[in-house]
Design a protein around this ligand. Sequence first.
Ligand SMILES: Cc1cc2nc3c(=O)[nH]c(=O)nc-3n(C[C@H](O)[C@H](O)[C@H](O)COP(=O)(O)OP(=O)(O)OC[C@H]3O[C@@H](n4cnc5c(N)ncnc54)[C@H](O)[C@@H]3O)c2cc1C
Ligand code: SF4
Length: 322
Amino acid sequence: MKSFEYQQPASVEKALEFAAEGSRIKAGGTDLLGLMKNEIESPGTIVNLSGIEELKRIEERPNRGFSIGALASLADVTAHSGIRKRFPLLAQAAGSAASPQIRNVGTMGGNLCQRPRCWYFRGDFDCLRKGGDTCFAVDGKNKFHCVVGGSPCYIVHPSDTAVALLALNATLLIRDSKGQRPVPISQFFVLPEKDVTRETILKQGEILTAIQVPGPPPGNRSVFLKTSERGVFDFATLSVAIQADVRGNVFHSARVVLGGVAPIPWFEKNVSEALNGIALSNETAIRKASDQALKDAEPLEENGFKIKLARNLVYQAIMKLL
Ligand SMILES: Cc1cc2nc3c(=O)[nH]c(=O)nc-3n(C[C@H](O)[C@H](O)[C@H](O)COP(=O)(O)OP(=O)(O)OC[C@H]3O[C@@H](n4cnc5c(N)ncnc54)[C@H](O)[C@@H]3O)c2cc1C
Ligand code: SF4
């Protein structure tokens, strides 16, 4: 690891002063330090946010939603009684990420901004995402890569909470030296076709300060399900988050999002629309709606299994809403 300067500001204003070219924000450090050890990132300065208390708060908002500070830990979100009650999918997603030790240190902001886990990217390969001219996954080992939205880089987005937060239609608050701006989470992540070297719209000198979850709909029901190669302590092979408004046992609306299939959390427009007006008891129609998932998928050699897995996981998740 290369040597670096270290700053531990006590306010966001001070952090913004240090967050100049060549610096990197550190929250829990569970991803950043690995990237530095592998020399994928070699910042001249680390700006450690962990002393900024205001960024750790989780507050209920007047609309019955929540404002979650970017420095709130995954463990805090998992254990928060209000979030567990009103938005169980978010508590389930945060609680399914990594191990208890990492959840105690890893933060919500860091979870959304973590870098991909593609083994070529993390290894000693000068691939497209690192400024090279080849994606080694195309003809390489690609069982865990994406099946949709990939070209020219086939990563999957690693964050579990991002999948739940997109289902919840959350808004992210971003600060820079000029002020704060809200960004819908649907506009936060970047597809490789737009810019293959970045995963989010965050620019140097910008800090994610909070996540705002809107109030629940009248017929609020939600679920998060994840499947991974190992039973514990593993990234999602596939995940699904559903936030639904169910009235009189009929889907009034639903937001279905998949993880582990695309370089960004993947909003399943087809399934979400197909569920509208379906009765929760109509298993045939629910099966048909679930089979709309990943209609435009173009799998690589080893990951075609994700399409059937996604359709079955969506069906299972909807059944859980019952
Ligand atoms: C063994 C292992 C297993 C894991 N399994 C899972 C899993 O199953 N599911 C899952 O979702 N995740 C998993 N993770 C990832 C883990 O959840 C993340 O490492 C963690 O959430 C990152 O949070 P952090 O606070 O430590 O981020 P850091 O490491 O501090 O930062 C990560 C990145 O985000 C940037 N950043 C952090 N906070 C901000 C901010 N507020 N504003 C702007 N930029 C910021 C940093 O500059 C850095 O680039 C796993 C990690 C490990 C090591
Ligand atoms: S999938 Fe993306 S990160 Fe992985 S080797 Fe290809 S270009 Fe690199």
